[in-house]
Structures are given as C-alpha cells and as structure tokens.
Design a binder for this molecule. Structure first.
Ligand code: SF4
Length: 117
C-alpha cells in the first residue's frame, strides 16, 4: 500500500531514522539492513515469484530506547554487523538520488528489495 500512495518513505528503528528516500528507489534498492528485513515481509502477488528463504527473520527483540546498545542500535539483530557496528553509531548520510541511510556499510551492501514494480 505504502509503495503505491507515498512519494517518499522513512524507516525508523528504536526512535531514529534508519533510512529515508523516494519510495520506489527504497523498495527497489534498500540501503539499510532493517529496511531489507521489513521489505522481505511484503507479500508477493505472484506466488511463483516466492523463493524459500526470502523472508528475513530478525533475531531478538526490538531495542529498548531507554537502554540502547552501544554503536548501531540495530547491531544485535543485524546479519551484517561487525566490530565497527558494535562500537560506533552510524550517522545518517546521503547516498544520492534523495536516499539516505544510517549504516556504516550502506554503500557496500547489496540488499534485496521487493522486486515488485
Ligand atoms: S551499521 Fe552495521 S549493524 Fe548497523 S545496520 Fe549497518 S551493518 Fe547493520
């Protein structure tokens, strides 16, 4: 629904912006692992396009905003987390085309979008 009625989308995690950008750009090529996980739950209208293992199931619980983990608040649940993520909070930074993400590896990870036009 959001994909079809909004021009821009913002994704929040633990009270902070994780990613923001033009809707179709963000759905096609997310730059934050939390966005990728959320998009993996979007139902595909054509069941033939479903692939086993597409859905990303995040471990653990949503971060407690009164007691956030050190570094990136998403790191305990992130499949791409490194020592840098556990030590330093990533700033929200521009990645071009109006898209910004708060991830140390936003310009290096190849994350999956919905694949739904
Ligand atoms: S900074 Fe690290 S832990 Fe945070 S979203 Fe990016 S890869 Fe994951």
């Amino acid at each position: 629904m959001i994909q079809h009625i909004c021009d821009r989308v913002a994704v929040m995690y633990a009270g902070k912006l994780a990613e923001i950008g033009p809707t179709q750009t963000l759905f096609d090529a997310p730059k934050h692992p939390y966005t990728e996980a959320l998009l993996s739950a979007v139902p595909r209208p054509d069941p033939r396009l479903r692939r086993k293992g597409d859905r990303i199931r995040l471990p653990g619980e949503v971060a407690d905003v009164t007691n956030l983990p050190t570094g990136c608040a998403f790191h305990p649940r992130c499949r791409y987390a490194t020592d840098l993520c556990r030590a330093e909070s990533p700033p929200l930074r521009s990645l071009g085309k109006g898209q910004s993400a708060a991830c140390h590896y936003a310009d290096q990870l190849e994350l999956a979008g919905t694949g739904v036009p």
